[in-house]
Design a protein around this ligand. Sequence first.
Ligand code: SF4
Length: 378
Amino acid sequence: MTKELQTYRNADLAKSLLRQIEKEVSRPLRIMEVCGGHTMAIHKYGINNLLPDDIQLISGPGCPVCVTPVAYMDILLQIAMQPDVIIASYGDLMRVPGNLGNLEAVRAKGADVRLVISPLDALKKAKENPGKKVVFPAIGFETTAPGTAVALLKAREMDVDNFFVLASHRTMPEAMQKLASGKINIDGFIGPGHVSCITGSDVYGFLASKYGIPVVISGFEPIDLLMSLLMILKQARLSKAVVENQYDRAVKPAGNVQAQKIMYSVFESCDAEWRGLGKINGSGLEIRESFGKWNALQHFKTSPVASNEDKRCICGKILTGLKDPGQCPLFGAQCTPEQPVGACMVSHEGTCNAWYRFKFMSNGNNTSTSRQRRKINA
Ligand code: SF4
């Protein structure tokens, strides 16, 4: 373990922070993390179990796979079944359910679906297979959109005409605005770490100034998360709401300006559908017309598909912090990471998946009520 990691996983420091957190809690608080990496870290390190009962951590729509709409999967699956098509996809998408099944199922029926590690890897597949049409399903937030943009710029530069992108990128600040203005009470946001490396921390200012919600951008180690929680609690006790950046070793106020320029040279903002959250104005990134030649939506014919989603799946409520996985009747029985029913169980960053893997079982409305409480030695 590196020296830096030792610091961010230091047990004595963690105990000290937990003692400060216990002293700082002035009232019941609901704090939402909106980054799948944070959801996973909170469950992996058991942070949820160590906090005072008055603090409830809720997960938001931070897992890219989980918020990918069913309609998008249906378009992708229809393209996959067309002749001379190779779908070059990340592994995470393989079992995301659409109305027509999933990529794994269509591959079993003969579709050519191959795993790639990046959009440039997909572009390489296109160059290696000139007789085929290679389609890259591009999902994710501001973290991954610049990489997709680079692949499209390269495709234009090299005049590759058998490479296509099916874009479903989403932007996080607009989703956080929808949550902030919605039905659930959010007393603080643990701001996304990876997304903010691109967007910067300044972009979340409106959440504090307009909605009065403290935001602390956090890193992913246990000390990062405990420090971020303490920073939110301090703001809450002082009735303050500002954006603070605990993860300043990676996140700058203006973010990665070069990556933003590349992203917006290829994409432009559009209204977009999120699984669980519905349509959010300005929250999507669509391929600019000047890159239409590589836009899979313009190249392939597909049609809408009638919904056959399992009505018992409560992914939508989980992604908006209204319920937790323990309240789903299918959790851990009919729905497991091996046999996922809903998208929240598919990705390792999904809330249901994190609950399942780290065995955080709940049977009530409030995750706090089910905690296996461990006392911190004073
Ligand atoms: S446990 Fe499965 S079915 Fe239930 S909400 Fe999560 S993903 Fe949906």
